[in-house]
Design a protein around this ligand. Structure first.
Ligand SMILES: CC(C)(COP(=O)(O)OP(=O)(O)OC[C@H]1O[C@@H](n2cnc3c(N)ncnc32)[C@H](O)[C@@H]1OP(=O)(O)O)[C@@H](O)C(=O)NCCC(=O)NCCS
Length: 289
């Protein structure tokens, strides 16, 4: 069956636990396909087995017998509480944008809740607008931590050539925002329109920084990113690195000033597409529970 044909039939795709042997090998292969990882950087079968038996999650999206996506996480301990750290989420390219990533996260949430755990964390590259939208807008995470080169400066994945800075996000599994669902919500008329962004997308696609005093003078703050950093990086690695430096500065300063990252919107400005992070001051993670 061709990938396109398969991808139109996602209603038949089943989300279930990944079993041993061949199915775990398929997880190794999918990591290589999605992230272009060399063998040494693949989370191997032996580790997946141990993490799963020790209370981790290893869920697959199966098109009949074929693994087309997976979510993998392990039990963690954060801020004095047992939590769940989701290390990997991947969907085969031909099967993306059919809500499978979302279904995998919801199934992972159910598994974790049955263990009495109510907090899930993971990391992602804040320059990736797809992941930002998926995490903040579709799932409803919040973030209070930014890591510079989390996995070191040299990245193993073909997806991550521009350093490995990461936002650490927290998904509060029993928070009203998540329980009530993110569906059908109306964007809050972009209350932050009057806010001067810490970093703004220029007409030439370059990052423009604004002064901290004015950008952090309201309860809300914002940080803009290009809609497709990967395309921009293919045109100019220097420009992509400018974006890394500018957003690193903006997130680091805002989080240090007591803001949390609470949402992300996809927007248009004239002919330009962009993404906008919304940050909010005066709230703690616990306020979202
Ligand atoms: C992230 C990933 C797992 C999502 O899987 P998926 O099955 O496509 O996810 P979904 O269909 O549930 O949701 C994708 C959403 O992103 C949106 N999206 C797609 N391209 C986008 C872009 N360039 N910018 C912003 N949003 C985008 C889609 O519109 C969709 O939202 P919608 O349902 O509201 O329309 C998949 O893209 C992937 O495997 N990426 C590579 C690995 C990776 O980044 N893993 C996650 C690390 S946190």
């Amino acid at each position: 069956m061709s990938p396109m044909l398969a991808a139109t039939e996602t209603s038949t795709i089943v989300i279930r636990d990944i079993g041993g042997g061949a199915e775990m090998r398929a997880v190794e292969e999918l990591q290589k396909e999605v992230w272009g990882l060399p063998d040494l950087d693949v989370v191997p079968l032996s580790h997946l087995v141990a993490a799963k038996v020790a209370g981790g999650t290893l869920l697959g999206a199966f098109d009949r017998e074929t693994l087309v996506g997976f979510a993998y996480g392990f039990v963690s301990y954060e801020h004095g509480t047992v939590a769940h750290h989701s290390h990997m989420l991947a969907v085969k390219p031909a099967f993306r944008n059919f809500n499978l990533g979302h279904k995998l996260k919801l199934a992972q949430r159910e598994r974790v809740l049955t263990q009495g755990i109510t907090v899930m964390t993971w990391t992602f590259d804040p320059l990736q607008s797809l992941n930002a939208y998926f995490n903040f807008n579709k799932l409803g995470v919040v973030s209070d931590r930014y890591f510079i080169n989390f996995y070191g400066e040299e990245a193993a994945s073909f997806l991550h050539r521009n350093g490995t800075d990461r936002l650490w996000v927290t998904w509060l599994l029993t928070s009203a925002a998540i329980v009530d669902g993110r569906l059908n919500r109306t964007d809050p008329a972009l209350e932050f329109e009057r806010v001067i962004p810490l970093v703004q997308l220029g007409v030439d696609e370059s990052p423009r920084r604004h002064g901290l005093a004015e950008a952090l003078s309201h309860e809300q703050a914002s940080i803009e990113i290009p809609s497709d950093i990967n395309a921009l990086e293919r045109q100019s690695r220097e420009l992509a690195f400018e974006w890394r430096e500018a957003t690193r500065w903006a997130f680091t300063e805002a989080l240090a000033a007591g803001y949390l990252v609470v949402d992300f919107y996809r927007q248009s400005r004239g002919d330009q597409r962009l993404g906008i992070y919304l940050l909010s001051r005066g709230k703690r993670l616990a306020d979202f529970v």
